[in-house]
Design a protein around this ligand. Structure first.
Ligand code: UGA
Length: 430
């Protein structure tokens, strides 16, 4: 099938490359000329395992190209995915300005297109957006009618950063919200060579499935962190507890890892947007509010633990291992490290940090931090160390790597250090 993808962020580019891998002809569209050139040269603008390889392959086979030309891309294709950003506004509500603008542009092109076209919203949008803002803008700009001249679908994406290609190509399920049967049939056909159950539903339900999924996963994490905080006081290992809990198939063993809280561009933003939407509807979403609050507290709790060991942090050098919000990613959006560094600096500490991928991004937010070339270098002469991201390479650290620290205060936020290699450290919840 011939597909165009509007927006080349994580979801957009992974979707484009993924559909190309599946044999479709894909045009990725972005307003950023530099990004378009980078993609066309076979390099992904963000670090994502396996994406570059698949991208290069798709370009070589002539299955994918990137462009800034929205008009041409829509005219040449049968299906257009909207995959632009939906950031949070100041008040936590969702900012739909990019969605609105791309819907208008699509409408303007559809005005002169004779063939039937399906527009699919892939961005995470609050329920009511696709058959509200998107539909209204396309119909207004095109002068055409949904269900007759063009079709509208909402197809949420469940891929995770760091595992984007694998998650896209082997999803647990495919959700297709549709304005009408004809549009849904086109998208079901597009997914016919994927091995996953397909759920067809209406537009609003598809939008809510995405929010409900992310809110549930965020809830699972905050719940696990709460159990962890209680377990720590009881002298119980929360990891063992969650192993036992996760063996119940109704619960599942996934997303039961306690630590320094969830970050990234999705959970914090999506939970906030759902809270905002519920309040707009005069409903107080108490559980979600608490999930969010607990997470904010969890992100910086490790600094309080550090103060129990070093009461006055003024002038002390604290080493952070890991800055990205999760391993295999250079993304620091809403990462716990940002808030931990902020707290440490407020308390007069000096911060040294090492991350295999995310240091350049963090330098823009916290320029006063000393960014080091390796974990070992960052640990040297530090008064304490906090492990914030569970990069695989931290698993290999041994007592020898920590031996040059001024004092051996090691706090673990992600349970990555190996007890058989590092003799003394304390976990946030264990
Ligand atoms: C999340 C969802 O998992 C995806 O299904 C969804 O498509 C995506 O958001 C999105 O909406 O675009 P992502 O944010 O990439 O994916 O990363 P996750 O692997 O879900 O991790 C999010 C955060 O939760 C990380 O900071 C991670 O360290 C933390 N986490 C995860 C925990 O603290 N404990 C866990 O057990 C699992």
């Amino acid at each position: 099938m011939k597909i165009s993808i509007m927006g080349t962020g994580y979801v957009g580019l992974s979707t484009g490359v993924g559909f190309a891998v599946k044999g479709n002809d894909v045009i990725c569209v972005d307003i950023d000329q530099k990004k378009v050139e980078t993609i066309n040269s076979g390099v992904s603008p963000m670090f994502e395992p396996h994406l570059d390889g698949h991208l290069k392959d798709a370009l070589k086979k002539g299955k994918l190209k990137a462009t800034t030309d929205v008009k041409g891309a829509i005219a040449e294709t049968e299906v257009s995915f909207i995959s632009v950003g939906t950031p949070s506004s100041e008040d936590g509500s969702i900012d739909l300005s990019f969605i609105e603008s791309v819907a208008r542009q699509i409408g303007e092109v559809l005005k002169n297109k004779k063939e039937y076209h399906v527009i699919v919203v892939k961005s995470t949008v609050v329920p009511g957006t696709t058959d509200g803002v998107v539909l209204r803008n396309i119909e207004k700009a095109s002068g055409k009618k949904t269900g007759k001249d063009f079709g509208l679908c909402m197809n949420p994406e469940f891929l995770r950063e760091g595992r984007a290609m694998d998650d896209f190509l082997k999803p647990d399920r495919i959700v297709i919200g549709e304005s009408d049967k004809r549009a849904g049939n086109v998208i079901e056909k597009l997914y016919s060579n994927f091995m996953a159950p397909i759920l067809r539903t209406d537009l609003k339900t598809a939008e809510m499935i995405k929010y409900a999924s992310n809110a549930f996963l965020a809830t699972k994490i905050s719940y696990t962190n709460e159990m962890g905080n209680i377990c720590k006081k009881l002298g119980i290992d929360v990891n063992e507890v969650m192993k036992g809990v996760g063996m119940d198939h109704r619960i599942s063993p996934h997303f039961l890892k306690a630590g320094v809280g969830y970050g990234g561009s999705c959970f914090p933003k999506d939970v906030e947007a759902l809270i905002w939407k519920a309040r707009e509807l005069s409903y107080e979403p108490k559980l979600l509010e608490e999930v969010h609050r607990l997470n904010d507290r969890q992100k910086v709790m490790i600094v309080e633990q550090l103060e129990k060991k070093i009461p006055n942090l003024k002038g002390k050098t604290i080493c952070l291992l890991g800055l990205a919000f999760k391993p295999d990613s250079d993304d620091i959006r809403e990462a716990s490290s940002i808030y931990i560094i902020e707290r440490l600096l407020q308390k007069g500490a000096k911060v040294k940090a090492y991350d295999p991928k995310a240091m350049e991004h963090m330098r823009k937010i916290h320029p006063s931090v000393d960014y080091m070339k390796s974990a070992r270098e960052a640990l040297e002469n530090s008064d304490a160390c906090i492990v914030v991201t569970e990069w695989d390479e931290f698993k290999k650290l041994t007592d020898a790597d920590f031996s040059k620290m001024k004092s051996k205060v090691i706090l673990e936020g992600r349970r990555i250090l190996d007890r058989t290699k590092v003799s003394k450290f304390e976990g946030i919840c264990w």
